[in-house]
Every structure is written in C-alpha cells, then in structure tokens.
Design a protein around this ligand. Structure first.
Ligand code: NDP
Length: 246
C-alpha cells in the first residue's frame, strides 16, 4: 500500500497505459484523478476503478481545461501528491508527408500539453511529491516515419531534467518513463493506425521479440512515483524489452 492516502493525477487515464497505471496505483491505496477528452471512456474507467477515483474531462492542449482540472482535484481531495503526465498521441508519417496540421497536433498534445500540465501543477504539489512523464524509446532512436513524434518525446525527456532542476528545490521529483512498443489501443486509434503486419515486424525488432504490456509500464511508473525512488531525480527509465540498449 505504497500510495495509501496519496492523491495522484493521471492524464490520459481513460485508456491504455494511463488506465492500467491508475488501476495499479489504486490497488496500492491511491486516490486517482484521471483525465481524457472522451467522457464515455472516462465514465467507464471510473466505474472500473471504483469509489477512490475521479474522472475529469480535460483536453491537455487547452490551458483553461488544465486550470479547471486542478481546481476540481483540490475541491474533491484537498491536495495532490503526484502526477503521471501520460496523455499523448502518436503518428508514423514520412518527413515529406508531414503537414502543418499533423505537426501542430503532435506538438500541441505531447509537448505543450505536458509542459502546461506541469507548470500549472506547481501551486498544488506538496513537498515530497513526484512526477513521472511518459516519453518513448523513439526519442533516442532514428526510426523512419517518426520525425515529429520522436521530437516531441525528446522534448518530454528534456523537460524532466529542467523541471527537476527547478522543482528539486521544492522537494518535488521529476522523472521519465520511456516505453518501447506496448500493446495498447494507440496503435489502432492514434493519428495513423498501424496495420497488423507492421505490428508483427515491430515486435520482431524488439530484442525480446514481443510488445510490452501496459502493466509492465504501470509497475515502473508506480516505482518512480513511490518512496522507493526518493533519491532518483531527472532520469529516463527505459521499459522497452532492451530496444534502446541491445
Ligand atoms: P491510448 O491511445 O490508449 O491512450 C492515450 C491517452 O491519452 C487516452 O487516455 C487519451 O484520452 C489521452 N489523450 C490523447 N490526447 C489527449 C488530449 N489532447 N487531452 C487529454 N488527453 C488526451 O495510448 P497509450 O496508452 O499507448 O499512450 C499513452 C502514452 O504512452 C502516450 O503519451 C504515448 O505516446 C506513450 N507511449 C506509448 C507507447 C506504445 O507503444 N503504446 C510507446 C511509447 C510511449 P482521450 O482520447 O479521451 O482524450
């Protein structure tokens, strides 16, 4: 029960890695606030998570939504002990086909969204709080078709360092988890759905020849949010079946 009486915000908590992390944290005693744009998915997720959960419809690209999100958490729980800034999207598009629209959508969701989620959290976070950002192994690879997506995740990785530099003085830790390919709805419902044959090739490209599970990411996020990692600041934890190292 590492999160007994702790209040944790998970952006993009109505699906995939975010929802599995909410379940993991709730199973360890946390009160979880989850967000997303899709109200039906949020309501369903809150039902699964049970009474110690709160669903807030909020688009991370809209600053007024982020303001309302923190006010709602304060009103319901009175405090905030941690954040998993997870909301994000992906697109696999060759450089020549990137449009201004797809560029803006990726940058706004994955970079602006994470940046202002963190900035606006600062007045609410208690000393001893922890933040985990969700980047990706693509940030340090040169995979074709990921030019903008990978750049967004490299920005996220960088933010963990600079936010750590400023927030460590307030006794707030910031770290990054960088998943390899994980079996989630993203592959089919992201900006560019990926066909099954391509998914099979991606699995073969992982040193251990399989996609990771949402639960494998959730376990690592729980570690970085917990008091088991109180001397860990600004790191990137690759949870990727060896993709980044082997
Ligand atoms: P999902 O599609 O299952 O989840 C994405 C989540 O982000 C949903 O809850 C979605 O909710 C939310 N979201 C997307 N855009 C916004 C927005 N503008 N405002 C608020 N919420 C938003 O995919 P994953 O679980 O795979 O993705 C979660 C994170 O993991 C992403 O940041 C992704 O880049 C990262 N990641 C995933 C990998 C993978 O292989 N699956 C690998 C590496 C990183 P809603 O649609 O309701 O807004």
């Amino acid at each position: 029960m590492r999160f007994k009486d702790k209040v944790i915000l998970i952006t993009g908590g109505n699906s995939g890695i975010g929802l599995s992390t909410a379940k993991r944290l709730a199973s360890e005693g946390a009160k979880v606030a989850i967000t997303g744009r899709d109200k039906d998915a949020l309501d369903k997720a809150v039902k699964e998570l049970g009474s110690n959960s709160l669903g807030i419809v909020a688009d991370v690209t809209k600053l007024e939504d982020l303001d309302r999100m923190y006010i709602t958490i304060k009103e319901k729980y009175g405090k905030l002990d941690g954040i998993f800034a997870n909301a994000g999207t992906a697109a696999f598009i060759p450089i020549s086909d990137i449009t201004e629209e797809s560029y803006d959508q990726l940058m706004n969701t994955n970079v602006k969204g994470v940046y202002f989620t963190l900035q606006k959290a600062i007045p609410y976070l208690l000393p001893g709080s922890a933040i985990v950002l969700n980047a990706s192994v693509v940030a340090s690879k040169g995979n074709a078709g990921t030019s903008v997506y990978a750049a967004t995740k490299a920005a996220v990785r960088s933010m963990a360092r600079t936010f750590s530099g400023e927030l460590s003085q307030k006794n707030i830790r910031v770290n990054v988890v960088s998943p390899g390919p994980i079996e989630t709805p993203l592959w089919k419902r992201g900006m560019t759905p990926v066909p099954d044959e391509a998914l099979a090739r991606i699995a073969q490209g992982v040193p251990i020849k399989r996609f990771g599970t949402e639960e494998e990411i959730a376990a690592s996020v729980a570690f970085l949010l917990s008091e088991d990692s109180t001397y860990i600041y600004g790191v990137e934890l690759n949870v990727d079946g060896g993709t980044s190292q082997i």
